[in-house]
Design a protein around this ligand. Sequence first.
Ligand code: CP
Length: 338
Amino acid sequence: VKRFLDLADLTRQDVLDLLALASRLERAPEPEALKGKILALLFFNPSLRTLASFQAGMARLGGTTFVISPGQGTWILETRDGVVMDGAAAEHVREAIPVLASYADALGIRSFAGGADLAADLADETFLQMAEVCPVPLVNLESAVNHPCQALGDWKTMDDLEIPANGGRFVLSWAWHPKALPLAVPAAAVHMAALRGMEVTVLRPEGFALPEPILDKARRAAALSGGSVVETSDRSAAMAGAHVVYAKSWTAPSAYGDPAAESALRSTLRDWCVDESWFAPARPDCKFMHCLPVRRNVVVQDEVLDGPRSVVVAEARNRMWAQMAVLHRLLRSERGER
Ligand code: CP
């Protein structure tokens, strides 16, 4: 069964082929490509872009979708193995996922990090347990440490903007946020930029270094693609000559699962809000990227988000073309077609 769970499962050429297909579908609609196909979307967590772009993309290819949000009109689902189900959950994913798959040709699952156990989240345990019981093509709609659909759309956005792959300077910057946020987007973004062959700098305050497995994976991708990955807390040095700054908050790994300690670490960092002054050492045409949703004047100032640097709406739109390419490849090739 074909799957789209992690950009790292694909070769760089596979990714380039998907991006070419995404651009082709953007230029030349194929309204019958997935006629009669059904995509089931299982969302354990909220969404605007992922939900709407999968529904719109599937419709543009002639297919249909149905959406299940456990606990909102449907049974609360248990994801843990081996538990006594005498609480709120009436049904286990071990039954629910095969049942949903039996109605559909492919399934997408969104399941965020538990946020309590860093090792379990880094291993993507909950998502991979669900993947094991899914008998149809599966798409990762964001798991504990991955968001491959976001990564593919972001890569396309940089291609569209002609931001250089090899030699392009990509800054992934931590930003302040009132909540401790998951590692999925920063992990996917740093790997994507490294696989694209870019010179990647992770800019973050002391105490917020990305976990070593995430950096290792990005460095391995960089080694394959001629890119590089470094970390710093020096904003001026990081931003020097940057083509792109990608802002995202993430939880401090050293205080993972301890909200009070994590909050204390973040309490002095409110100035990690991207404003125009950040761009002084960057290239004049340096772009601002963010996966959205974003909190205005918390993560980034209005002056940046409303200015010419911001490409956040293009990123969101490119999610749709990129995901259409993924669905086209998963479902058309099931019938032996390219
Ligand atoms: N970027 C992203 O995945 O957006 P949603 O959470 O709205 O789907």
